[in-house]
Structure formats: structure tokens, C-alpha cells
Design a protein around this ligand. Sequence first.
Ligand code: IMP
Length: 433
Amino acid sequence: MPLDIVVGAQWGDEGKGRMVDLFAAKAKFVSRYSGGDNAGHTVTVGEQIFKLHLVPSGLARPNTIGVLGNGVVINPNILLKEINLLREGGVEVNPERLVISPSAHLITPAHRALDGAQEAMRGSEKIGTTKRGIGPAYMDKTARHGLRVEQMLDEEGFAEAVRKHVISANRLLRNVYRAEALDPQLIAAEYLQYARMLQPYIGDASGMISQALENGENVLAEGAQGTLLDLDHGTYPYVTSSNPTAPGALIGLGVGPKWVNEVIGVAKAFQTRVGEGGFPTELSGDLAVRLRGTGENPWDEFGTTTGRPRRVGWLDLVLLRYAMRINTFTHLAITKLDILTGMPSLKLCIGYQREGVIYEELPLGIYQMDQYRPVYQEMEGWDEDIRSAREWKDLPVQAREYIQTIEKKVGVKVGWISVGPERDQMVQALDAG
Ligand code: IMP
């Protein structure tokens, strides 16, 4: 059963790339199943660093085949730029190495314009989207008038469909949002060029992956965003417009549940969020700066896609347990444990309280989360530099207790702990006592 799924267990930006990298090493197919270029991952190949948003990051490894599944929304301009970026960096990308599902949907400049206009209209109730056109593209998909990748195979029909799509979006932009209209002809011509370049990459992604699974090959599903940003299971309406959770991988790739092997939930050792929405354990002041960093280091908490400073807080185990329920993680990976080094005391949110009653699970899932106060367990910190730890026994006892509390409260084993930004700065905790 060789489908491994790497899922963000929080609000995205958990450092999933590390686990993707590890699992991609044994995978034949590396795939994206939801979202679009709202995601951001940094991929290191030798000395080179690629900042990618859309192509599966495992594609940077030789001998893998990248797949963009039907659940993804694709901005072809970004996709072609990333293909070129990888090629310039010496990574071979051709139709043998990258397959795009015909059922994936396309993002256009009209979707981007609508995303910006909708956010502007929401005013103080804005979602804080990445303005990449994600929401409007999925809106068109569910309204059943989206632009699909398969349409690019019929050039004339496609150019006409793009033209009509922009004309229709212009009605909304002008009349509802009082925003500037776009040039339908120009965009249709631009998209026709993209279609010609991308046609060779279009293939039966679901069929290929299913066949690979039948043949016993390993397939990796790379989650983007995170569980709490899931359209159905996240902190609605402050969510993205797709299903980044593990079940989303099955829908978004077109494969059945019997193939699932590992579901690795990736969580930071603390909590971060970009964009608006509730965040019960959020910190401000010096502690927040301490966790966020100042932006000098590449690992500081500033958005890869938008550069926005991330909101930071204590690790919320109630929400992590909720993520466990939705995804049924087989293991957790905890990232950035090294960032907590030197903090005299740490807090873990182990429950929520309202009107004198303490809840280990919120009565209605995460609905009305903001109306409860977090209940914390205080933990002792550690001063030892843990960046060279590679085995469980190398970690100070306080760090081990921190991890063991997570395991106990969430009900799943922590398999990996990252202790620094480098590929090898990882504690393999699978055999931990
Ligand atoms: P959208 O996906 O651009 O519509 O944004 C919706 C919400 O999801 C906003 O709060 C974004 O900040 C957040 N979001 C989208 N993609 C990511 C990501 O890759 N990491 C973290 N947050 C994200």
C-alpha cells in the first residue's frame, strides 16, 4: 500500500518540505493534489535553492515523475516560469517527468483581479488571502463554468472560452466591485500561447498513479496549506478554497483509499498563522518576536509567498488532536524544535475553558473556538544547543518531555523532529522509548 501523504497539521507553513524531501527519496511519483500557487516551498538541490509554489517539490529529485492532480488550480504563467527556473538550475523537466491532469482547473488574471476586488470589498472582514486567484478559480469550478486543463487541447475552443470567461468576469469587476476591466482578447491570446506550451504535459494523471500503485510503486502526495485552512474542516471562513487534508489527496489525485500507507502530519513545535481568523494561543510582544524572528534568517516566520509576517503562538494540542481526527495521522513530524531552545519556560495548550468548564475537545469541533480560553500546561525549557542532535537520546530531557506530552495528548507517535534548517538536522525519533 504505497501512497504516502504529507499533510500540514496546522495553518500551513509547518515545514512540510522537509518530510516531502525525505519521502520523495523513495517515491516514483510526487504529486500535488490541492491548492495552487498560494503555497510556497523552498527546495534545495545541491548548492541551489529553488522557491517553488506550484510544481511538486519532489520533482527536484532525479528519477521522480511530478503530477499536478485534478484537485489543483493552475496558473499556467507561474507553472511555465517554474519549469524554466528548474531547467535553468539543471533539473530536467519534460513531458516524461511532469504530468498535468486534464481535469485540473486554470487560474487566469481575471481570477486574480476578482480575488483582490473581493478582499477589498470585505474590508475589515477580509480573509487575508494570498491574492493568487485561488478562491475565484475554485468558485468557477464548483459553479461548473471553470476553465479546465483539458480545454487547452482544443486551441480554438480554448481561446474562445478564455475570452468569454474574461468578459463575464469583467461584468463582476466593473459592476459589482467597481474595479478595472481586463482585456479579453489579450488574455485569450496569452492563454493560447500557454496552451500550446503545456499541451504535451497533459495526461491521465489519475490513471498513471493508479497503475503505479497497482505495480507497487511509491507515490507521494505533497500537501499544501494545512488542516486548519481546509475548506470543510478548517476555521471557516478564514480558510483556503480547497481540501488540503489527507482525504483531499484521494479526491485531488483520483485514487481510492485502499492505497494509503503513511499519513504524516507535520506540525511546528509552536503555532503560526498568516492571514486573518481566530488564533486562541496567539502571542504578542517580546515572546512573539522571539518566536517569529526578525526576518534576517530564511527560516524566520515571514510568508514564502507573500512575505507577510506570520502570527505566532504556543502550540495548541487541542487543535492538533482535531487535526489527528480529520487526517488519522500514522505519525507526526515536529519541526523547528530548535527555535524553542533558550526559552526558560514553554506552554502547551492542552484544553479550552468556558464558564468554568474545561474541555479537552471543543464541543462542536472547532466552531466558536474563539469563545473559549486556552488552558496551558507549563513546561520547563532547555538551554542546550540541540541543532546537532540526531537521535532521541541526544535531546535534553526537557525537550523529550515536550515531545512526549505532544504524543500523549494527540495520541500518535512523533517520528521525526527537525532541529535546524539543513536537510540532515533531523532527529529520527521512531525508536524512541
Ligand atoms: P487563499 O488560499 O489565497 O485564498 O488564502 C486563504 C487563507 O489561506 C489566507 O489566510 C492565506 O493566508 C492562507 N494560506 C493560503 N495558502 C497558504 C500557505 O501555503 N501557507 C499558509 N497560509 C496559506
